[in-house]
Design a protein. Structure first.
Length: 370
């Protein structure tokens, strides 16, 4: 998922040689061009909604509210909760892990996920695009088509913000001491960000803001069979390069990356690269969390992490903050990361709901500062 630049927890990964198969095709649309201008950001806390305790919801009630299967995501109860409770996000996470399985770049599982998300975002009013690009398979060098997914809400708004995650899973759980060539489901590292974007999509049409929002799922974040050899962040790097090379496309004032935000024992410190490269955005989000009483957002810096926010900051010039919990689980040296233990039972709707709640309120209160 990510790579530390200090306090590294990785050991050298094993060489793993296993062919995933050929590339697959998918209907693609190119990003629409427009002249959209960015700006610096401030925020107005007078618009922040008071924190409301989410009601306790049983599993049977959740099943009544949502149905997720091969036909898509059905919202049976269309009443929008006053604040996100994370139940839809967690149901999406569980479905991706238990029913779809691994979502490796270029795989049938990835294709199933893409269609599920396309339908869901379109059902909530977004214009959805796929941004295709081709890479070489790390093992056999055959061409593989990857696709970033972009869901654009309120495309008429000239000021824009992106909220992003990666939606591919690592080919193998290569840090698993018992079975490093086993099945990696990526509940927290992959599905948690996707689930959160699905829940956030329900709120975006109703946010009164001068900003439009693009939800972006990056492909190829960890299309890695051998650490230190295979490159990371393929999708975000491609997106950033295209953005920098085409000044007539959408211009973003800010970006937020969510990664590994489903941990039951959630602890979200301020990531050091985010602090250095997108301090204003980072301070805003943690300030909103503080005002809402979401104590899992801890206003103290910890870890310096290489993640999809680096190409956005360094290539595209979009100030982007990484919201990430790199203590998975808390206090136990990240022992579930890149192992077979990264499963839905280690995550919770409560954690996903709290992160989504903070982002919804942040999107309500930010304003441009010319």
């Amino acid at each position: 998922m990510i790579e530390l630049t200090e306090n590294a927890l990785k050991s050298d990964s094993m060489n793993i040689f296993k062919n995933l198969g050929g590339a697959f095709g998918i209907t693609t649309l190119l990003l629409a061009a427009g002249t959209l201008w960015g700006s610096s950001l401030a925020y107005d806390l007078s618009k922040t909604s008071p924190d409301v305790e989410a009601p306790e919801i049983t599993s049977s009630q959740t099943e009544e509210r949502f149905q997720i299967d091969q036909n898509g995501i059905e919202i049976r109860d269309t009443t929008l909760p006053a604040r996100p409770d994370g139940e839809l996000a967690y149901q999406v996470l569980t479905y991706l892990c238990n029913d779809v399985g691994p979502r490796i770049s270029g795989s049938p599982g990835m294709l199933r996920q893409q269609e599920l998300l396309r339908q869901h975002f379109e059902n909530h009013g977004a214009t959805v695009y796929f941004q295709p690009f081709e890479v070489r398979h790390p093992v056999n060098q055959t061409p593989v088509q990857l696709n970033n997914l972009i869901a654009r809400f309120h495309p008429e708004r000239s000021l824009r913000i992106l909220v992003c995650c990666h939606y591919d899973t690592r080919p193998f759980p290569d840090r698993d001491k018992n079975n490093p060539t086993g099945v990696f489901l990526g509940a927290n590292d992959g599905a948690s960000g996707v689930g959160l974007l699905c829940e956030l999509a329900r709120y975006l049409p109703h946010i009164d803001s001068e900003y439009g929002v693009d939800l972006i799922c990056f492909d190829g974040e960890e299309f890695v069979y051998q650490s230190r050899r295979d490159p990371l962040f393929l999708g975000s790097t491609h997106f950033a390069r295209q953005y920098a090379a085409n000044p007539s496309t959408a211009r973003y004032s800010a970006g937020v990356l969510v990664d590994m935000i489903g941990d039951k024992d959630l602890s979200l410190f301020q990531e050091k690269n985010s602090w250095n490269q997108a301090r204003n955005i980072t301070q805003q989000i943690w300030s909103v969390a503080g005002d809402l009483g979401v104590t899992e957002f801890i206003p103290r810096r910890k870890y310096q992490i290489r993640d999809d926010h680096l190409p956005l900051n360094e290539i595209a010039g979009i100030p982007t903050c990484d919201i990430i919990d790199f203590d998975f689980p808390q206090g136990r040296a990240n022992i579930y990361w890149h192992t077979e233990q990264d499963t839905p039972d280690k995550c919770s709707a409560d954690s996903l709901g709290k992160v989504c709640h903070v982002l919804v309120e942040w999107l309500k209160v930010i304003r441009s500062q010319q």
